[in-house]
Structures are given as C-alpha cells and as structure tokens.
Design a protein around this ligand. Sequence first.
Ligand code: PHE
Length: 346
Amino acid sequence: MKELLEKINAIRSELINELKDLKDQAALKTFQETKLSKKSPINALMSNIKNLQGDERAAFGQAVNDVRKEIQDAFAKKQAEIQEAKVQEQIAKETIDITLPSVDYKVGGINPFYQIIDEITDIFVSMGYEVKEGPDVETDYYNFERMNIPSNHPAREMQDSFYITNSILLRTHTSPAQAHVMDEKKGEPIKIICPGKCFRRDDDDVTHSHQFGQVEGLVVDKNINFGNLKATLELFLRKMFGEKREVRFRGSYFPFTEPSVEVDISCMECHGKGCPTCKGTGYIEILGAGMVHPHVLEMAGYDPKEYSGFAFGVGIERVAMLRYGIDDIRKIYQGDVRFIEQFKDK
Ligand code: PHE
C-alpha cells in the first residue's frame, strides 16, 4: 500500500510539473488526450485496487480520486490562463500607438469661384429669391431666339460660340435660364437667380476665359419698374463690396432688355479718383442689367401690358477677382493648392 501511495504521489508530481510547462492550445489538447483520458496513468493505477482489501482499498480509491480531481482542476486553471494570455496578446497587437505622428494632409479651401456663388446666393435668398439652374448645353432657340436675338442679329457674333450641332451649343450666357423659368412658371410672378457656367470662343488672357460663370437674376410681376432694379442692384453691390461703394448705372444695350444698363462700382483701390486698376476711370464695370424686353415676356406667354420685370447678369470670376485682388482669371481654374488655400478663411 505504501508503495502504491508513493506511486500516486510520483505521478501527481510528474503531471503537475508537466502542466506547468504547457504553453498553448495544442499542448493542452495532447495533455488532455493522454493524461486525462481513460488510458491515463492515473486510471492505470486504479487496476491495483483489486489487490487491496477493506480500508486500504477505500483509502487507495480515495487517494487516486483526490489526485485525479487535483490534476483536473489544475488543468482547467492552466487552460483558462492560456486563453487569457492569448486574448491579452491579441489586445496588445491591436493597440494603436497614438504617440505616432500622423500623416500631414494638405487641406485646401473652397475655390473662390464657389465662395462667390455662395455669397451672392445668400444675399438674394435673404431678399426672397428662389435659386434655379439651367442646362449648360442649350438649343439655339433658348440661347438666342428666346432672348430676342434672331439668327441674323449681330449680337450672335459677339458671342461666337461652341456649337455641337447647327442648333445646339454650349450656352453663351445664363440668360436662357430666364426663358426656361418663365416657361415653367406659366404666367406666375417670378423672383429667381440662376448661377451657372457659360462658354464663349474667347481667346484666354488674364481677364478672359472660354469658360466662365454668371449669376442670372430675373424678377417678373405686376408693377415692376426701373426703380426696383436700381434699388435691388445697389443693395446687392453694397452688401458684396461694402457700404461705401458708389454704384453707377450707364445706359447700354442688350437685345433682351429695354432699357439696358451696365452697372459700375467705384474702384476699391482709388475710391473713384482713377488708378491703373480702373484704367483711370475711377469705376469698374460689374454687371449687365435691364428691364425685360416686352418681346421676351410675350414669347413666354406673359402679357407685357400687365407684367414687367428686370433681369441682370453678374460675372462670377470678375467679382472674385475684384474682391480678392486676383490678377489672373486662369488661376481660379488651375486647382493649385497654394492659390486655393489663401481663400480658406475668407
Ligand atoms: N446675358 C448678358 C451677358 O452675358 C448679361 C445680362 C443679363 C444683361 C441679364 C442684361 C440682363 O452679358
């Protein structure tokens, strides 16, 4: 019996030691299969029980069971330890090192072209205008005919343009949007602006580009007069360029307005005295406008005896260049971050 108990102890120590050295799931599995199964050394010891009698038999059985239980518990503990270690290892691997410096991305700004559109839009929306859009690709009919520019009219040559077919072209101004809106409103009052792109076969230089932006404006209702046009544009230009700005209306000509004006603001460099920026005139031309031509109203089904209106067209780049002192229109389109980022906080 003594000998048997020593054997149990020896097996116990051996298994406890083996358990200590287990490192991973695979080792746990092998241990379980060989040392905790039916064919384990502990079970093998049990076969000796038949040689024992009475108390000894019970004591031996108890001793074997105790060891089995102890090894099973130790195994469970080891299993939990290995699993926990695995989790910890995974966490350590997935930790982000927040002390690493991040990649320095270059952030530009919103192109001044779009900043100006936003500003103009804000001003007119605050006066109750709706914002509309017209197509960039237009028919001859909308771009010219509906703007009171028939096919033999010399104004067509002034806007010599990009034709896609004989009767389809890239719009040369945003004015055809006026006709689209009038068609849509079918005789109802109108108060809209329409920002968008225009295209002309210009030779590109520091102040011209074959593609540029305009914001068109149109108001049609009963009793709209030239005083409304003047007050609206003065208010707009002072909001845009500062309260001190002088606004000057000069008689001009557009086929789709009558009377027509060109509107100037006093030069921001010399305040009207005359300098190189304003070519010595003290003023800078900023937009075209006029009372909607009766024929344009008529073509859209508005009775010019009952309805009248005014329209205007502002050049977006021109406003941006004056506001920010940009000396070359082409810089607006080149997407150079060094240029764009100057307008980040404007
Ligand atoms: N469409 C004109 C242009 O392109 C501008 C304009 C718009 C003039 C509306 C009068 C009224 O120059």
